[in-house]
Design a protein around this ligand. Sequence first.
Ligand code: GDP
Ligand code: IMO
Ligand code: MG
Length: 428
Amino acid sequence: MPALVLLGAQWGDEGKGKATDLLGGSVDYVVRYQGGNNAGHTVVVGDQKYALHLLPSGILSPGCTPVIGNGVVVDPAVLLSELSGLNERGVDTSKLLLSGNAHLITPYHTTVDKVTERFLGKRKIGTTGRGIGPTYADKINRVGIRVQDLYDESILTQKVEAALDFKNQILAKLYNRRAIDVAQIVDEMLGYAEQIKPFVADTTLILNNAIDEGKVVLFEGGQGTLLDVDHGTYPFVTSSNPTAGGACTGTGVGPTKINRVIGILKAYTTRVGAGPFPTELFDKDGEALRTIGGERGVTTGRDRRCGWFDAVIARYATRVNGLTDFFLTKLDVLTGWEQIPVCVAYEIDGKRVEELPYSQSDFHHAKPIYEMLPGWSEDISKAKTFSDLPKNAQAYVKALEEMSGAPISAIGVGPGRDETIEINSFLS
Ligand code: GDP
Ligand code: IMO
Ligand code: MG
């Protein structure tokens, strides 16, 4: 039985939540491996809509154990409020497991995130303001606070002191803000400790044992390939590794144990926040994609930037993640266009370029080269098999598959769990 990684192939919001939830009924563990509550995953079950930020989407499937791995950054206040919100709606969250090695987002991380963005002015990244970057920076700087530190007050105090020593100088002297009180932070963090304790576990051991016993484990990425700190459009990225390798470092499961890597790919492209986006549209087509696709951020409520499908990016995602499959989402949103442009390559300084340029300056100048594909007008939301799709929709999917370098094994034709066409099973 397989261990699978499911990740975003573009700039996030591809429909990972829906795809994970769909598989959740057949898998034993769903594991978040990076990011934090910067994610916003929408899952629609019947007439119920859930917005998850930190919790793995598997939390909505009764048989499944949701796991937050060591690579995730955890805001304990958000964790507890998300859990209680689900409990109020009758969702059992008692099986959740949380790595003791995951790093904690504290109020000073959120403060630093916001003041840094303000300070950057025009050059800002457009972060979600959730403290993600500063928490990962502390982790790498070796002044982070981990979940396990909540259970040793003396160590917690020493670590918060060490972290604030430097930050308070910056906050006060550079940003003209009040210094943050160590005791106040320690008290707040200790206030969460007992409520979180039942979930804390050696998740690396549990997951490796589960895989050895033949259980099905699904690693759910937050964000997307082009937001990866190493492989994305740096510096306009998030501060973690949503790409497939992140599933290993973020959980302590080795690459030899992973059988399949599924890229979630929107039938067009969206992006939130700043940074280059070659196929971005500023006309009525962009507005139509935003409206029909409901392209508004689940976490920040910001309008998403919208554009046509970009095959160069899809090919890149196949390469840097070693994708075995794609799950193409939101095909239904494209219904009604007479012709649909698809970016097949870029023009950079008068030359045709087939692969994503590694140079940031080149990517900023990349102009999309479009091929026009014929559209369809029939409602496809009830399609259950590939052959139920109109011929032009079938051809669109096949063309994308050919350009993107991995088979399209499922197609989303609506937000609901059952609005999916399965072509090849992900679990065989
Ligand atoms: P995630 O961050 O990758 O989980 O994606 P988001 O939840 O932020 O955004 C995807 C949006 O598209 C959500 O509102 C989903 O309910 C919706 N969605 C997912 N798949 C489909 C699909 O195939 N068709 C349509 N129309 N909506 C979809
Ligand atoms: P899901 O999991 C889309 C973007 C932010 C910003 C950049 C850095 O729903 O796909 P951060 O707060 O992470 O430091 O912000 O990354 N970003 C996302 N964009 N979907 C997300 O998550 C995102 N998480 C972060 O808009 O540009
Ligand atoms: Mg999202």
